[in-house]
Write a protein that binds this ligand. Structure first.
Ligand code: AMP
Length: 282
């Protein structure tokens, strides 16, 4: 396994690979790796000659300094997890200075309005930070294919827009959500949940499954009301938002249309830890 902590050393190494005209798979992560991340790496392994995993907690996409501070950092364990499934992987774990060169700021991006919905409303500046780091990493790695989880579905759509608008030469591949056995979507933030909280958090996916069933016969508004009322009963859980939205534009569904694909999105706090999830409704 090749491990690089500086972009200059990584690019010197990658030059020999770019020249070969091989497929390079890229999996950007913020570390604290779990089975969800590993499922992306496995998909990349199946589809590429070389695989680059980045581990970088990107400060510009955090709108809450405490969340950034408390984000788990487990580089050595992460490297061992990658090694077990991909001994030939190239790991890129740079410092903030190496990436931002003393200017830890976001660029501003226009994603045709997708950035103003859901996560965009509740995490100001988040998608500018995501665009900034993803573009920088694409420019460093120059991957053929890049793998993103549907767990962060809005982010996946944002990255697709970023690529289209900037004419970047990379295929964006969405990967299904990997879940704990109780249905909770795997997330690095789950590590901060107590065992009791993890157990209670299974209600998020159960709520999405019931919302999906109800959306078959009820309006989006009726489903919204049902979700709000049913989660209100749970004292330990605070609902930030629940939205049924068009899968492509991410605009709120007011009236159902047969030709459109919809997805339900949810964000909740459990014990001050923010968790998100989503489900396809079609
Ligand atoms: P993160 O380290 O949270 O920035 O995530 C890195 C990548 O892994 C992103 O593309 C996420 O969407 C993806 N990811 C995170 N959790 C999961 C999961 N439970 N299932 C599938 N992909 C995931």
């Amino acid at each position: 396994m090749q491990i690089f902590k500086e972009k200059a050393l990584l690019t010197t190494y990658l030059k020999t690979i770019w020249d070969k005209n091989c497929a390079i798979g890229f999996i950007p992560t913020m570390g604290a790796l779990h089975q969800g991340h590993l499922s992306l790496i496995k998909k990349s392994l199946d589809e590429n000659n070389y695989n680059v995993v980045s581990i970088f907690v990107n400060p510009t996409q955090f709108n809450n300094s405490q969340d950034l501070e408390k984000y788990p950092r487990t580089l050595e364990i992460d490297i061992e997890k990658i090694r077990t499934i991909c001994p030939d992987c190239i790991v890129f774990a740079p410092s903030v200075d190496d990436i931002y060169e003393g200017k830890t700021n976001s660029k501003s991006f226009n994603y045709d309005g997708i950035e103003h919905e859901m996560e965009g409303k509740h995490r100001p500046g988040h998608f500018d930070g995501v665009g900034t780091i993803v573009k920088k990493l694409f420019e460093i790695v120059k991957p053929t294919n890049a793998y993103f989880g549907e767990k962060d579905f809005q982010q996946l759509q944002i990255v697709k827009k970023l690529v289209a608008k900037n004419d970047l030469k990379v295929n964006i591949i969405g990967c299904p959500i990997f879940r704990e056995s109780n249905g909770l979507a795997m997330s690095s933030r789950n590590e901060r949940l107590s065992i009791k909280d993890r157990d209670e958090a299974s209600i998020i996916y159960k709520t999405l499954l019931t919302a999906k069933e109800k959306f078959g016969t009820k309006s989006a508004n009726e489903v919204n009301n049902w979700v709000k009322n049913s989660l209100e009963k749970n004292e330990n859980i605070t609902l930030e938002y629940f939205e049924i939205a068009d899968e492509t534009t991410l605009k709120t569904c007011i009236r159902k249309s047969k030709n459109k694909k919809y997805r339900a999105f949810i964000a909740v706090f459990i014990d001050n830890i923010r968790l998100i999830d989503n489900i396809s409704l079609n």
